[in-house]
Design a protein around this ligand. Structure first.
Ligand code: NAP
Length: 218
């Protein structure tokens, strides 16, 4: 049975991803900052910005499950909506990168030894990180997701010798705390493409960016 680790599992898209994965009979490790009990998986405390929290969480996974088949790097923050790149503070950018870029890298590095041949990493990214579609509504968030996409390519290269696939996926604009109530997609619709990439995508795909089960340009 597949073991799937989801970060930021306590609400929004991450919560719904866990629900859909559990419905597929997968062993879900639902990681969140609080580590609160989760209805669709084994709860685990994991703050992606905290090195020791990540180390503890991965040690718990190693001793309880011994493996991870899929890591879904879902946790992220949006701190600078409406700000201008011309006045964006370095602190705001630093905090955003700590969660949205360094966090996923830290978790991927720690999980790596537990990922089996044929395992995969799914980085939940955004169209905001696309060069071809980028706009200016949240510059730090955009920069973080562009960098996350570059991390995807770097990890995909590192994964090739062991057939570990690493891809980015955009869930679309989804009704969550981050997406707001005006978003056109439900969490279930947003999560579906992530779950597809985690469990059903052709195994030839690595180092790519997806939306709605199709490859999109960087
Ligand atoms: N919603 C959209 O329209 C949209 C569009 C494109 C991409 N995305 C991406 O989809 C993913 C999920 O977004 P969402 O809409 O579900 O956002 P959300 O509702 O704001 O949820 C964000 C999740 O990330 C967690 N998180 C934040 N910082 C963390 C940390 N340091 N360690 C661990 N967990 C942390 C939050 O936990 P706490 O409860 O502890 O804060 C929460 O569970 C993100 O990667 C986001 O960038 C969303």
């Amino acid at each position: 049975m597949s073991v799937v680790l989801v970060t930021g599992a306590n609400r929004g898209i991450g919560h719904e991803v866990c629900r859909q994965l559990a419905g597929r009979g997968v062993t879900v490790i639902a990681a969140s900052r609080s580590g609160a009990l989760h209805p669709y998986g084994a709860s685990l405390a994991l703050d992606v910005t905290d090195e020791s929290s990540v180390t503890r969480a991965i040690a718990t996974i190693a001793s309880n499950w011994g493996q991870v088949d899929v890591l879904i790097n879902n946790a992220a923050v949006l701190l600078d909506q409406g700000q201008s790149i011309l006045t964006l503070s370095s602190d705001s950018l630093r905090s955003t990168l700590e969660t949205n870029l360094i966090g996923p890298m830290r978790v991927a590095q720690s999980v790596w030894p537990l990922l089996r041949n044929g395992g995969c990493v799914v980085n939940v990214s955004s169209m905001s990180g696309q060069f071809v579609e980028m706009d200016d509504w949240a510059p730090a968030y955009s920069l973080s997701k562009t960098a996350l996409n570059a991390l995807t390519v770097q990890l995909a290269i590192a994964g090739r010798p062991n057939a570990i696939r690493v891809n980015s996926v955009c869930p679309g604009w989804v009704q969550t705390e981050m997406g707001g109530i005006g978003a056109p997609l439900s969490p279930a619709e947003g999560a579906a493409g992530i779950v597809w990439l985690a469990l059903d995508a052709p195994i030839c795909h690595t180092g790519m960016f997806f939306r709605d089960r199709a490859v999109i340009p960087w």
